[in-house]
Design a protein around this ligand. Sequence first.
Ligand code: HH2
Length: 276
Amino acid sequence: MDYPSWKLDVQLPCLMGILNTTPDSFSDGGRFLEEDTAVTGALEMAREGAAIVDIGGESTRPGSDPVSLDEELRRVMPVLERLVASSPAPVSVDTMKAEVARRALVAGAAMINDVSAFRHDADMAAVVAEGGCPVCLMHMQGLPKTMQDDPRYDDVVDDVMAFLEERMEYAVGAGVAEEQIALDPGIGFGKTAAHNLRLLKDLDRLTALGRPVVLGASRKRFIGAVLGAAPDCRIMGTVSTTVMGLERGAAVFRVHDVRANYEALRVAQAIMEADA
Ligand code: HH2
């Protein structure tokens, strides 16, 4: 598949495994709180086909409260350090805090995933520019605490695209190389189920921005709205977003259930590339 260059040594399309070292994440909250369990879980994701592992120490689920810098560092750094030493998959750090990003990059993190797209911390763009690492910039309307109260758009796809374009210009203006940027529509971040479905349907339009598109739909609430299913019963629903996202040009799939999504991704890719 023909993706714009992205300077992380992974082949696109690929999977990013989710490792939340939090007590309160909506799907895997508490599962990876213990350091050994988190490291084992990440290594298993890499074995199952995750090309990147994304560690996060602050939940951004709807209604969540922010955590302090010290607490986030305490949750992320020990696991990150062990994974840098042992994981075949490069490690991304999901944080909105420049100081977490800075220390993570010093410790060997390969990428920063900032769901605020450089809006939360004024120093974040400079840290990423100086680190010279890939970064994911994501769309979010509002803040996690209240973002699901009453999300509204003129046209959700146009609005998300305009936001991502502006954030990309900001990042480049701050010294981040354009070829290091990936863009994410922020499924579930200040969006109704209908907004999320529409973004997925028209995901191919985002690829017009010329950067790899990251899709984070895994186990999210809109899948529950379609199926009436709890988070751990949304695996096949997630797989369907991976396959349809791939067809629409998405490059990175951020998922909890690596094996199922890996198998679906590879078969869908083989179908798309068939040329006999
Ligand atoms: N979604 C979540 C967190 N980080 N990063 C990107 N780039 N895209 C996403 O869609 C995204 C993200 C929320 O999901 P999760 O990490 O599973 O839960 P929580 O925020 O409760 O920890």
